[in-house]
Ligand binder design. Structure first.
Ligand code: NAP
Length: 292
């Protein structure tokens, strides 16, 4: 028995198309409708064949759906919520995949009609690629999906969304939206900001040095370029919508960086070695947790 009769996936890029593929792989939904504002993306989705129906207007996709998952950049959610809100079927579950959660609840919450269950979610899985061609059914296998249901959310709706993501291969964790935003600020948002900064600094160097940056990138630089190749619109929206938590973590990071700068200046090798030994252990922990 499928978990849902009709799912509507709005925004069918990397995450939306991967979700549709994973739902199909697990036979979790009887009919998967998709909608995207971009005609190019809709055509690609038709060609790739991971949807049962493709719609230009999200209102047509959500009509009669008992599950709606918004997979656009988070900056688009307020407007999208206002457009589809009045067309959501009573009893339907509304969810999203946004990388920040407090802002999503702030923006979508007011558009959720009485009788519709809102269960925000964030699959902690992704790549630096965008668009429906980049998606694949295995993206969520073994990765965490964090649910941040606001207080008072129907537990049955939360359980159904958890079952959906488990069916897509994920492990589930439930937490408060503010806690999610703080945790993701350090584990995801700050690393992206640092990568964007390093690659940006390198591109500002004089041309001769820039050429060498590419040539000798295997020394470490190239690992940052992968992260810094991530979608510009998605990441713009993440920083604008998780401002407080990112600024807090950035403040701590800057202090630690200054301490390292000082250790290098004064030749305090023991301090450097002590830190690098601690950080190596973190890497081992990630490998043991099968999140590498
Ligand atoms: P993506 O590949 O760029 O896909 C987003 C799609 O949404 C694009 O096709 C875009 O069309 C479409 N779109 C934008 N505004 C829309 C609107 N108002 N109505 C309908 N469609 C609209 O991005 P993604 O990586 O899948 O990210 C989508 C969401 O997943 C974001 O909220 C992000 O925070 C979250 N997320 C991403 C990752 C990751 O690693 N990428 C991981 C976890 C969660 P256009 O091309 O025309 O803009």
């Amino acid at each position: 028995m499928p978990l849902f009769r009709r799912a509507a996936v709005i925004g069918i890029g990397l995450i939306g198309s991967s979700l549709a593929r994973a739902m199909r792989r697990g036979r979790l939904v009887a009919h998967i409708a998709g909608s995207d504002r971009s005609a190019r993306v809709r055509d690609a989705a038709r060609d790739l064949g991971f949807l049962d129906s493709v719609h230009a207007d999200p209102i047509d996709a959500v009509a009669g759906a008992d599950l709606v998952v918004l997979c656009t950049p988070v900056g688009a959610l307020a407007e999208l919520g206002a457009a589809i809100g009045p067309h959501l079927a009573p009893g339907a579950v509304l969810s999203d995949v946004g990388s920040v959660k407090q802002a999503v609840i702030r923006d979508l919450g007011p558009h959720v009609p009485e009788g519709v269950h809102f269960v925000p979610a964030h699959p902690v899985a992704g790549t630096e690629h965008s668009g429906p061609e980049a998606g694949f059914a295995e993206l969520f296998d073994g990765r965490w999906c964090i649910l941040t249901p606001p207080p008072g959310t129907d537990p049955e709706a939360v359980a159904k969304v958890a079952a959906l993501w488990r069916g897509c291969g994920s492990q589930i964790e439930e937490m408060d939206a503010a806690h999610h935003d703080a945790v993701l600020a350090i584990t995801s948002h700050l690393p992206h900001l640092i990568a964007y900064t390093i690659v940006g600094t390198a591109t500002d160097l004089e041309e001769a040095t820039q050429r060498e940056v590419i040539k000798f990138s295997a020394g470490g630089f190239r690992d940052f370029t992968r992260i810094a190749a991530s979608d510009p619109v998605m990441w713009r929206d993440v920083f604008l919508n998780n401002r407080e938590a990112v600024l807090e973590m950035l403040g701590r990071f800057t202090e630690d960086l200054t301490a390292l700068q000082r250790a290098i200046r004064w030749g305090e090798g023991d301090k450097l070695e002590e830190l690098f030994t601690r950080t190596r252990a973190i890497r081992r922990g990630i490998i043991e947790a099968k999140q590498a």
